[in-house]
Design a protein around this ligand. Sequence first.
Ligand code: ADP
Ligand code: MG
Length: 559
Amino acid sequence: MAKKQFKAESKRLLDMMIHSIYTHREIFLRELISNASDAIDKIYYKALTDDSLTFSKDSYYIRITADKDQRTLTISDSGIGMTKEELEENLGVIAKSGSLAFKKDNEIKDGYDIIGQFGVGFYSAFMVADVVTVISKALGSEQAYKWESKGADGYTMEASDKESIGTDIILKIKENTEDEKYDEYLDQYRLKAIIKKYSDFIRYPIKMDITGRRPKADQENEYEDYTEEQVVNSMVPIWRKNKNELTPEDYENFYTEKRYGFDKPIKHVHISVDGAVRYNAILFIPESIPFDYYTKEYEKGLELYSNGVLIMSKCADLLPDYFSFVKGMVDSEDLSLNISREMLQHDRQLKLIAKNIKNKIKSQLLSLLKDEREQYDLFYDSFGRQLKYGVYSDYGSNKEDLQDLIMFYSSKEKKLVTLDEYVSRMPEDQKFIYYASGESIERIEKLPQIELLTEKGFEILYFTDDIDEFAIRILTNYKEKEFKSVSSGDLGIEAEDKDNNTDTVQEENKELFSFMKEILADKVKDVRASKRLKSHPVCIATEGELTVEMEKILKSMPN
Ligand code: ADP
Ligand code: MG
């Protein structure tokens, strides 16, 4: 049989394709299943527009069959099929997309689900197969054809037999080498997992025969082998369902199924946007901290889908660092994908989505804070630190986004309070938002510096987290009220205490003070009389940029 040659460029392209475009070999299955789904979409579309064609819904399916002995993996579909010419054009010419042409010819606008557009996905099969055989019978034709190729050196074509309309793609899976294992692509559980991962929301059933061994009914200690046809994919993604029809349990199950976490999420949001960029998203605020959360290993990100097909498992660009705890997914039909569909061409759409999502998360957290304080406390216990880091690594609008979400322990309330709560309680004569830093609440309460303020009835925020004071320094003020450390030189209240005349005290004890200063020469800058002390004889005050606590933290940090 005469072998037709790929054009030279095609050869190079095919090599490049096989070796460099895709980072994950397993995506070949995603590509072939997507093609099968496109083919069914097309026949479905034809049936909708041509009354002479009638199909029942269950005649649309995709079937995956693995044969370990033959080392073949077959992907069959009941789609529109390909004529001899189409086999030549679509599979013989690399970067020719019959699907894109179909969309154009039929004037199918965006929003339709056809996935194909680049005309390269098919060749990813050569990442795992030595030989690829395509047997196809097109809608409206009597004769089936067989296309076969071993990769870069061309393909053969001949007439073939096939009963029903549709396509079988048969991959002869490569032998294992020392470095590479290909056997996994013949293993039913591995295949099932790959399908679940990338193609769970393909709209047609993906069927597979699953074999196993099970106890015989009614007979003890007796087992039987069984083969059972299963539909592997869930088909309708939860995010395309009507929100009103979904229960909280549905979302929780989705969270568990997707392995976003082992906890029960505190809150979920289901977003459907039909604006400049259309997308659906489901986001979760987890309750507990992932074990690696505060380490370098933790990877933030949301799952990114394009038309129900997984593109990226962790798209980091969708989340700001300070919301890195959020789990979930985004599905958009408006993304410009690059050829491998692993990356995005332009990030304009992505940026828009990310911004939108950030605002959603923020408003969800604010409403949690307002309406479900206990839940918010639970959340804050896990991720509050991350929000404070966010304020500290001030970046664009971080401050504005986060200042209403952070909380500190209050000397008055004996629990965490927001800055807004603090400020709204401030008496008129209080100029500053006071805070005291220390290792623990107990220790802070013993600080001599807080005595005067407490006596005056002023509320003090206790900073027990390393990051607290650093974050607040970045914030500098909240609702125009400046933050003031209790150990700073000027608390802004002393002057009002007229009866306690420190100037005289300072004068009278001048010699004592300079003597003390001499002894403590390299430890203190000055020794002065203070109006601040009540029952304690002495306290440390700072005048410079850093407080004693901050210096301690900086000194303890590795260089
Ligand atoms: P794309 O899907 O981006 O168009 P592919 O390389 O995956 O590119 O496929 C090339 C073309 O081959 C498709 O556009 C389609 O016309 C045709 N094709 C591939 N697989 C099938 C199939 N299972 N049934 C019908 N046509 C197919
Ligand atoms: Mg394709």
